[in-house]
Write a protein that binds this ligand. Sequence first.
Ligand SMILES: *Cc1c(COP(=O)(O)O)cnc(C)c1O
Length: 379
Amino acid sequence: MAFKIPFNKPYLTGKEAHYMYQAVYTGKLSGNGVFTQKCQKFFEQKYGFKKTLLTTSCTDALEMCAILCDVGPGDEVIVPSYTFVSSALAFVRQGCKIIFADSMDRNPNIDAEKLESLITPKTKVIVPVHYAGVACDMDKIMEIANKHNLIVVEDAAQAIDSYYKGRPLGTIGHLSAFSFHETKNIISGEGGLLGINDERFIRRSEIIWEKGTNRSEFFRGEVNKYGWCDTGSSFLPSEVISAFLWAQLESLDDIQNKRKNLWRQYYAGLESLAAKGYFRLPDIPSYATNNAHMFYLVCKNLEERSGLIKYLKEHDVLSVFHYLSLHQSEYYTTHYSEIPSLPNCDRYADCLVRLPMFYELKAEQVDYIVNLISNYYIK
Ligand SMILES: *Cc1c(COP(=O)(O)O)cnc(C)c1O
């Protein structure tokens, strides 16, 4: 290979600068303008959310969820330990106690079968994270949530355009959060989206979004002045970011198809090695679809994974491990006295490795990577 293969490369459709130029020269630069509305309508119409609001990140959308859930000190929130910090952090900022859940054996998603054992009278929220864009067992999670009167916040950061039993991810829980960080399928540099499926949250979400004011109602002409009515922050992105995002959304199908083809090529190329037991391939349960956010292998142990990452790097391919168990983090171990034992989570932290996956990755490069992996195992 003449050049290094990075782990990720942000893809530009070519329309981004054009729409950003439009946003700049129409003179409406702040948030909630034409491009923001177009993006929100796209999500509402294509996937059937009751309401969506663009945010400056998924972390911000999760913070809005935590405020909307009206939780605070004394309340418990169940979060998988194998996730990005923000899934827990948004609720930590509200003063909640985080109860970490283990992953399933078959894939890194939260083990819904073990959820009920974590519920106490203080539990208020469950945060399923759709790892790699592959659905958690949402029927089971919603059944438990309804039985115990809990709010479900889907961390759908990686889950754009992916489905559970035909239902779009992010539209099943009461609230959901998506990310458009440059490492995701659809990007705006930094960016996110709050999805609202329970009508009781709609009015308050707009107020929290607009610095605690009812400016959105004023903007629509529903009230003749606006003022301070609630808590909130400046969660909305500028039109320049929304314009960038709009260019990406217009190419959603093309981007998804391209990624899925690369994903299938990896899978087909590595299937026989997995069948021989060298490693495990991504698991897509029959209730879930694959949005090709990520291609990962699960190695047998930490040493083998470190060896593989090193071997690929020596051959100019950048592969990377993923989350460190949050229940073992510096923050958690210094703030909590009881550290749970979550063996599946720890195994994914030690053994999972992600391979290069981005729009401009070439079929020959996937073949090259597959061959390298084969050489590493069959020496
Ligand atoms: C990327 C990611 C986030 C954070 O998204 P930002 O837009 O960077 O805030 C949160 N949760 C998960 C599972 C993610 O993958």
